[in-house]
Design a protein around this ligand. Structure first.
Ligand code: AMP
Ligand code: MG
Length: 408
């Protein structure tokens, strides 16, 4: 792919380079509204009706015409309008109509006076305030006009959007089929949880992190397990992923001295680029493609694997899934303790952001070694320290990125 480079590549360049190559690989399908949670809209949604669909009362009270109130004398009640039971009778002069919240306002209504601003005078109602035209009346289409664009293609549907779609009467909608991603861990030293460890073995933790993040994204996962550092086994796993999935994510085996098998195989089967990213943690990263499948090779170090997934693979998978992706919010906070940092790479240190009497402060979770997973488990944010920046003193302002949906 012509992007092997000895120089450290900025994260933003790596992301742009991937996104340039990727496109949505998921067809559309129809689902019923209750099944649409977490799915990605395939089309723009235009409103088939106005919301609210008719002028209605925003308060319990009385529908009035201003001329009837002009005399300042109590009005008789001509009838009642309830939500779902409109008032359909005559509306003689000198009368008001009792109305409840959500009821269609009778034809000719100029305002609804809330009950608390009236008193009963025998069988009549005395109005204690003079309303203005339109007061307490919710107008047809004031929320959404018929034909207006309400949601864009690429929106991932959350509990915020489903009631909106329901309010428009949309019973079925077209969404993208879920992206299918194969994953495996590489390394002779790795054992699955539940198995005993021999000397030199460690538990495969990355696969559980990657699986969990894919689940949060609504991606279907094909878990191919642990593949030993063996060319034949790796080849079989690459071929299986290529025939069954839209993308393959591996962890391990992409660092200098380890990448040889992966490199040879991917060069033979497809195309591959190895990047040394100018970020910490997460330096080695591979991106390429098999004949039918995109390939993302994450570093083996557990923190690096999670951070590169969150920062780089997440937007790339969103693109493949047809999901519109917006970069995470970054905010400023005051460092409540010194932070170690050397210029040269963009650091994603793991921190704890808290709200104190003097505003937002952030501290480190301790050792920032990429093998120390507890530094990530304890954190609630990244402390994003710019590439050129050196060490940070207590009291300095730093950029913080609260963990998004994948890590929360
Ligand atoms: P590698 O990128 O394969 O050179 O691995 C770098 C470091 O991460 C080594 O210490 C590996 O043992 C460790 N590692 C690799 N894969 C995993 C994994 N799936 N779970 C936990 N640690 C891993
Ligand atoms: Mg390895």
């Amino acid at each position: 792919m012509g992007f092997d480079t000895a120089a450290l590549l900025p994260l933003s360049d790596a992301l742009a380079s991937m996104l340039e190559r990727l496109d949505c690989s998921c067809d559309a399908e129809s689902v019923a509204l209750p099944q649409a949670l977490g799915r990605i809209l395939a089309d723009d949604i235009l409103s088939p009706l106005s919301v609210p669909p008719f002028d209605n009362a925003a308060m319990d009270g009385y529908a009035v015409r201003l001329t009837d109130l002009a005399a300042g004398t109590p009005l008789k009640v001509a009838g009642k309008a309830f939500a779902g039971q409109p008032y359909q009778g005559e509306w003689p002069a000198g009368h008001c109509i009792r109305i409840m919240t959500g009821a269609p306002v009778p034809l000719g209504t100029e305002a609804v006076v809330m009950q608390e601003e009236t008193t009963a005078e025998g069988d009549k109602v005395l109005f204690l305030s003079q309303p203005v035209v339109g007061q307490n009346v919710r107008r047809r289409g004031e929320d959404i006009r018929e034909g207006a664009s309400v949601l864009g293609a690429g929106t991932r549907l959350s509990p915020r959007e489903l009631p909106l779609l329901a309010s428009l009467g949309i019973a079925t909608l077209r969404v993208r089929r879920p992206l299918k991603v194969a994953i495996f861990s590489t390394g002779d030293e790795l054992k699955p949880v539940g198995a005993p460890l021999a000397h030199g073995d460690i538990y495969d933790s990355n696969r559980y992190g990657v699986r969990a993040m894919l689940a949060r994204m609504g991606v279907d996962c094909l878990d191919l397990g642990i593949i030993p550092d063996d060319p034949a086994a790796l080849r079989a796993a690459f071929l299986k992923a290529d025939s069954e999935a839209d993308a393959l994510i591996t962890t391990g085996g992409v660092s200098v001295g380890e990448a040889d098998f992966t490199k040879q195989l991917l060069e033979e089967l497809g195309e591959i680029g190895f990047w040394k990213l100018a970020i910490k943690p997460g330096k080695p990263f591979a991106f390429g493609r098999l004949p039918h499948t995109w390939f993302f090779g994450l570093p083996g170090n557990p923190v690096s694997a999670m951070v590169t997934f969150d920062q780089l693979v997440q937007p790339a998978l969103a693109r493949l899934a047809g999901q519109r992706w917006t970069p995470p919010l970054r905010i400023e906070a005051i460092a409540s303790e010194p932070l170690k940092k050397s210029p040269g790479r963009l650091d994603f240190q793991r921190g704890i952001l808290s709200q104190g009497p003097d505003g937002l402060t952030v501290r480190s979770t301790g050792s920032q070694d990429s093998g120390v997973f507890s530094s990530l488990a304890k954190a609630n944010c990244y402390i994003v320290l710019e590439q050129a920046r050196g060490k940070v003193a207590t009291g300095e302002t730093v950029t913080v990125e609260p963990f998004g949906s994948l890590l929360s």
